[in-house]
Design a protein around this ligand. Structure first.
Ligand SMILES: Nc1ncnc2c1ncn2[C@@H]1O[C@H](COP(=O)(O)OP(=O)(O)OP(=O)(O)O)[C@@H](O)[C@H]1O
Ligand SMILES: [Mg+2]
Length: 582
């Protein structure tokens, strides 16, 4: 796949919908170039008339001049408007594509890609597409046309003017290019410095409770100063070029204008034989002034195009990431039940560091299994693989005979309910946080889930009940309440397989036992896999699997394991003795 396919696709789609703008653009560009020459040509007539003391046409010429300036404005407006509307439409199509892509990326992508990188792809790099259209390609085309128009007009006035202008074009371009490039380099540094400031502020903002509780204010404030100083230095370096640029180009421009006037006066001067009138010289001066503007602009537009292409290339990289392999459930790809079968499963997040190592496990339909093991033994990883969040490398996971990773997302939610160890609350109200905006889930099912989790009472006291906003800036839930919301989120689709990772780690003993009672009441034929650090957190498990370094070390019914001298028995004794090590 080509890196730019996503862009050409979006442009083609936009072209289909907004053809009028596509046609309008070249027309506005060509007309703009033509109108831009008119004021200078009219100026020639006006000056010549005044010089020869004829004033009969002056009013008409004045109006024509006004008309020409108005037409230039109109052409500029149409060009800018057309390019923006077209560019923004392309942008919208690309953004939609990106969001779709984002939801199709495997969980592994999010584990291995820094958040900031994806954010940059989705914002700054995509904005580059807009600049490519509005201030890049379209503006550059308009300016090139203008340059051609001015050159033609100068040649028309006198070949000498044309020659001077032709010599001036590369000189002015080279000068502008030199300054633009340097200004750009300095701006990159400034932007980096601004990003550093932002990171600092964010760090202080999120870590403020910690900073205050440790009395570390001065430490953080001290760290801020060098960052601010670096920013000041970068800004100064940028301003030097920024301030010099207009002075130098103004001077060069004036040298050319002076040269043109001199040549005009020397060659033709006022002598009528050579035909260079005073009006022609005024027009030439005017054209020279106008000519240099688009040349300077082209230098910066080419730079914009270059930057935009780099941004688009990076966005293309994002689009090239492999998507999750899901199969259409309509094709009969549907689990036959809620049994779990893990066969000889190995898995690693980074190469050479296996987290799961040839692990096998069977949980028959309707069984309650518990997985216990030391911190870092790979329990959560195993649960995520059972939930189909990652594709497996060797060995496999089957839910009712089907690989959960290949289930379509909606299908997966219907079959598997998971409460992960770290729960994320989205920006939205409580209802949305439970349904995840799945409109097929009715309100009464949410209410039932809240009832089961014991949250219903707490929801009643919320300012706006289920419509209370959660997430950033919204109502803050306690850690235990967050876990219960996640449980409600899992239960609301009534899935036959329930995966619970440290569900009760944030709950007090009373809430925990109430929750277990409620879960028992709705269990029925449900298959449940629980992970817990504490043996008391295991929900009536039929079988306990002891996990150690990516493998199942021991399995058996709790009583069976307790009576056998082994990990479970030791662990149980330890817990009952209140974690006091002998
Ligand atoms: N997203 C991830 N990316 C890379 N490595 C990970 C990731 N998640 C876990 N690991 C690594 O995998 C190993 C097992 O982690 P896992 O979370 O599965 O352990 P756990 O048994 O659930 O531990 P705990 O009891 O603390 O929850 C750890 O060494 C951890 O560093
Ligand atoms: Mg874990």
């Amino acid at each position: 796949m080509n890196r730019f396919d996503f862009l050409t696709g979006a442009v083609r789609k936009t072209w289909g919908e907004y053809r009028t703008y596509g046609v309008l653009l070249p027309a506005a560009v060509a007309a703009g170039a033509f109108f831009n020459v008119m004021p200078a040509m009219l100026l020639k007539e006006i000056v010549d008339q005044v010089a020869s003391s004829r004033a009969d046409m002056l009013w008409k010429l004045a109006f024509a001049y006004l008309g020409a300036v108005a037409l230039i404005g109109l052409a500029d407006f149409l060009r800018e408007y057309g390019a923006t509307v077209f560019g923004q439409r392309v942008l919208l199509n690309v953004r939609n594509g990106m969001l779709r892509k984002l939801t199709r990326l495997p969980v592994r992508y999010f584990n291995t890609t820094p958040k900031g990188e994806t954010m940059a792809r989705l914002t700054a790099d995509i904005d580059a597409i807009n600049s490519l259209f509005v201030s890049g390609v379209v503006a550059a085309a308009a300016d090139l046309f203008k340059i051609a128009g001015f050159l033609a007009a100068l040649f028309l006035l006198s070949p000498y003017f044309g020659m001077v202008a032709l010599a001036g074009v590369p000189a002015v371009y080279a000068l502008s290019d030199y300054f633009r490039k340097r200004i750009y380099q300095k701006q990159v540094v400034v932007r980096r410095r601004v990003a550093e400031i932002n990171t600092r502020i964010q760090e202080i903002y999120t870590g403020l409770p910690m900073i205050k509780s440790y009395g570390a204010e001065s430490y953080f404030a001290g760290g801020f100063e060098p960052v601010l100083e670096n920013h000041r230095i970068a800004m100064n370096a940028n301003s030097v070029y920024d301030a010099w640029f207009p002075c130098v180009t103004q001077t060069v421009r004036s040298i050319f204008i002076a040269g043109a006037v001199y040549i005009g006066a020397r060659i033709g001067g006022m002598s009528p034989e050579t035909g260079l009138s005073i009006g022609a010289i005024s027009a030439a001066a005017d054209l020279f002034i106008r000519l240099f503007e688009p040349i300077e602009a082209v230098a910066s537009e080419l730079l914009t195009i270059q930057q935009a292409m780099a941004g688009i290339d990076r966005a293309g990289e994002f689009f090239a990431h492999a998507e999750e392999k899901t199969e259409r459930s309509s094709g009969g790809f549907r689990p036959s039940g809620a049994s779990v079968e893990v066969r000889n499963l190995s898995f690693s997040y980074s190469a050479g560091q296996p987290v799961l190592d040839g692990l096998s496990l069977r949980v028959p339909q309707g069984a309650k299994a518990a997985i216990v093991g030391r911190t870092g033994s790979g329990k959560s990883t195993l649960l995520h693989l059972i939930a189909g969040m990652y594709g497996t490398e060797s060995g496999g996971v089957l839910i009712g005979g089907v690989d959960p990773y290949r289930l379509a997302p909606q299908e997966r939610r219907r079959w598997i309910g998971i409460v992960p160890q770290t729960v994320h609350i989205f920006n939205g109200n409580l209802l949305e946080n439970i349904t995840l905006r799945d409109t097929s889930i009715g309100r009464e099912r949410v209410e039932r889930a809240l009832e089961t989790t014991g949250l219903a009472e707490a929801v009643g006291t919320l300012p706006e009940g289920m419509e209370t906003m959660l997430g950033e800036g919204g109502f803050s839930l306690s850690f235990g309440q967050t876990q219960l919301v996640a449980l409600a989120r899992a239960l609301v689709t009534d899935p036959p397989l329930l995966l619970l990772d440290e569900l009760t780690s944030g709950l007090d003993a009373v809430t925990e036992s109430k929750l277990f009672a409620a879960l028992r009441a709705i269990e029925g034929e449900r298959t449940i896999v629980t992970i817990s650090h504490r043996l008391s957190g295991i929900l009536d498990a039929d079988v306990v699997h002891i996990m150690e370094r990516g493998k199942i070390r021991e399995s058996g019914a709790p009583e069976e394991l307790a009576s056998k001298e082994g990990w479970y028995a030791r662990y149980k004794r330890l817990e009952e003795s209140g974690w006091r090590m002998a």
